[in-house]
Design a protein around this ligand. Structure first.
Ligand SMILES: Cc1ncc(C[n+]2csc(CCOP(=O)(O)OP(=O)(O)O)c2C)c(N)n1
Length: 591
């Protein structure tokens, strides 16, 4: 696709010389380009269409070599990518080894943050601005943050501090009224209504910021004017530039579905039709939604809480069905845990529904507000394990290691539909202490049922799904089908018959059974989709050593620190936890 102006830009500094009508043309070229390319690859279409003019204005006012743009999350940075020389990479979005969905320092020195988790920009920009101030430099730092991400605890902490220090810091708020779902809460109230400028000005100026509102965030001249004024005002005090934008501007895309507006799989560029926000098929999170719906219908004391991830955690429909008890608390993971604790302290049955990678934000709340006082809530954590094309920091491969060291918490990994259903039913009926239920991202494999015994083994015990005398394969959660496949490979290539066990209750481990297993088999292999350090295999190994078990244990787990975006097969192969790699790498083990 030819773009008359975009194609000629070699550096964003060229924008400074452009007249306003040329900048306007550039904006419409970029919008068209984004629609055309993202409709083929999939990506954060709505979030990006909303900030085309804002990003052009930022690049045309600031010298990004000296005045860095620090984007929060980075999912809205596609225009920034285009203006910093990455047009040719767009066709590789959402492909293994391709361009990131977020901003990342490995792609450009103008991507200041390796973000993807929200709320970090103000603090980091504050540090950079502080350093400038100490060096006697008048260079400003510009943080760009959405109204959704602004409510993150860390963003509030940064907002509080930056006002104290009178830093050369400009905070640009991209206010479109949305997180992924519609934004909620006090900040939304502040930012909405006919008097939003009056209310917001009072709030920010009261804190010590200069405040510059831009009511039309698609008027490049208007934004440029405010940014230029901010640059002069910031020499006296930090400045908030509050820009109203429209998410998904210019595309009639999935108007009735905010998630699809935020991120979309490939779609028809003219109509926006044909979008599936996530892969089609039966998902684990849908099971969570169904079970909770059933129990919330039966009992008025069942609650579900999510920190702005209703789609990923499967409670979207539940929020419509039970709007008072299935609640989105905004992008506030720590608050979600605290609020869940409070509800449970009043005798309610509470499910805090997270996406695994964001649950990490609330580890201390889990430790301090849940584990120590032993509050009987259930944290349901979706996308534990590989999380597809979101990127290195989104994989839920660290959760078990983080959680395992916390006292008083039980951890369950549901790798089958049957086990997920059973544990949630159990928790709905009786939650006697803190528990976290992890489940994977991939769709439910229709073949998993054929391996499972007719009668379910009690959930806290290992379940033998295939007999064998030569050794044991212990599969954690979603590795069960792989374990069966590995058994077949070993039988075929080594003529050995391994038993296969489904391990779901991963903390505490079923120690009595493990002791028996260690004495029955001289060889044990564990499979998991978690990092090795602190993983389940590592825990089993530690226990075996403490028991002075003599069996040989081979732990298949992830060694890489950070894995790229990719699908499960690609990532398993890269991490060498796929069945073929396990077999080849551990060939001596089978002899
Ligand atoms: C800590 C954390 N929680 C949740 C998310 C998931 N997430 C990604 S973008 C987003 C919405 C961001 O809203 P906003 O900052 O207003 O930007 P917009 O997409 O509306 O432009 C959410 C909830 C995340 N990336 N990080």
């Amino acid at each position: 696709m030819k773009s008359m102006i975009l194609d000629k830009i070699t550096s964003s500094s060229e924008l400074k010389k452009m007249a306003s009508d040329e900048l306007g043309l550039l904006a419409s070229e970029i919008s068209d380009y984004l629609i055309n390319t993202i409709s083929e690859t999939g990506g954060h279409i709505g979030a990006n269409l909303g900030v085309v003019e804002l990003t052009i204005a930022l690049h045309s006012v600031f010298d990004i070599e000296r005045e860095p743009l620090v984007f929060d999350v980075g999912h809205q940075g596609y225009t920034h990518k285009l203006l910093t020389g990455r047009k040719d990479d767009f066709s590789s979005l959402n492909q293994f080894g391709g361009m990131s969905r977020f901003l990342t320092r490995s792609e450009s020195r103008h991507d200041i943050l390796d973000a993807s988790h929200a709320g970090t920009s103000i603090s980091t920009a504050s540090g950079m601005a502080y350093s400038n101030k100490m060096a006697g430099s008048s260079d400003v730092v510009v943080a760009v943050i959405g109204d959704g991400s602004l409510v993150e605890g860390m963003a509030f902490e940064g907002l509080n501090y930056a006002a104290q220090e009178r830093l050369p810091l400009i905070i640009v708020i991209n206010d479109n009224g949305m997180a992924i779902a519609p934004n909620i809460g006090g900040i939304k109230n502040l930012f909405s209504g006919v008097d939003w400028i009056h209310k917001s000005r009072a709030w920010f100026e009261g804190m010590g910021y200069a405040y510059l509102p831009v009511a039309d965030g698609h008027d490049i001249d208007g934004i440029r004017k405010a940014l230029t004024e901010a640059r002069s005002k910031v020499q006296i005090k930090p400045v908030i530039v509050h820009v109203k934008t429209e998410k998904g501007r210019g595309l009639p895309l999935a108007k009735n579905h905010p998630y699809k507006l935020h991120f979309s799989m490939p779609f028809n560029p003219d109509t926006g039709e044909g979008i599936s926000a996530t892969p089609v098929g039966e998902s684990y999170q849908a099971i969570v939604g169904d079970i909770l719906s059933e129990f919330m219908g039966r009992s008025e004391s069942v609650y579900a809480i999510t920190p702005a991830t209703p789609y990923a955690s499967g409670i979207e429909a539940l929020m419509e069905e039970f709007p008072e008890r299935a609640v989105d608390v905004g992008m506030a993971e720590q608050h979600a845990v605290g609020m869940a604790a409070g509800l449970a302290m009043k005798g309610n049955t509470v499910f805090a529904c997270f996406q695994a990678t964001f649950m990490q934000r609330a580890i201390d709340q889990i430790f301090h507000d849940i584990c120590y006082p032993q509050i009987p809530i259930t944290i349901v954590s979706a996308r534990s394990g590989f999380s597809g094309y979101d990127g290195p920091t989104h994989h839920g491969i660290y959760d078990f290691g983080f959680l395992r060291t916390l006292p008083n918490i039980e951890i369950f990994y549901a790798g089958t539909k049957r086990d997920l259903t059973a544990i949630l039913e159990q928790r709905c009926q009786h939650a006697n202490g803190p528990m976290i239920v992890l489940h994977p991202y991939e769709l439910i494999s229709p073949s998993q049922d054929q391996f499972l015994p007719k009668k379910i083994t009690p959930l806290n015990l290992m379940e033998c799904v295939a007999e064998g005398a030569d050794g044991a394969i212990i599969a954690v959660g979603n590795r069960l089908c792989d374990a069966i496949y590995l058994k077949e490979v070993v039988r075929e290539k080594k003529e050995q018959n391994y038993a296969v066990y489904n391990l779901r209750w991963i903390n505490p481990l079923p120690v009595e059974e493990l002791k028996i297993l260690f004495s029955m088999f001289s060889k044990v292999i564990t499979l998991e989709e978690t990092v090795r350090a602190g993983g389940v295999g590592s825990a089993i190994n530690e226990f075996a050593r403490s028991e002075k078990a003599t069996c040989q244990i081979y732990v298949s787990a992830i060694d890489e620190g950070f894995l790229p975006a990719g699908d499960k097969k690609q990532l398993s192969e890269l991490a060498k936890i796929d069945v073929n790699s396990i077999f080849t790498d551990s060939e001596k083990f089978w002899d």
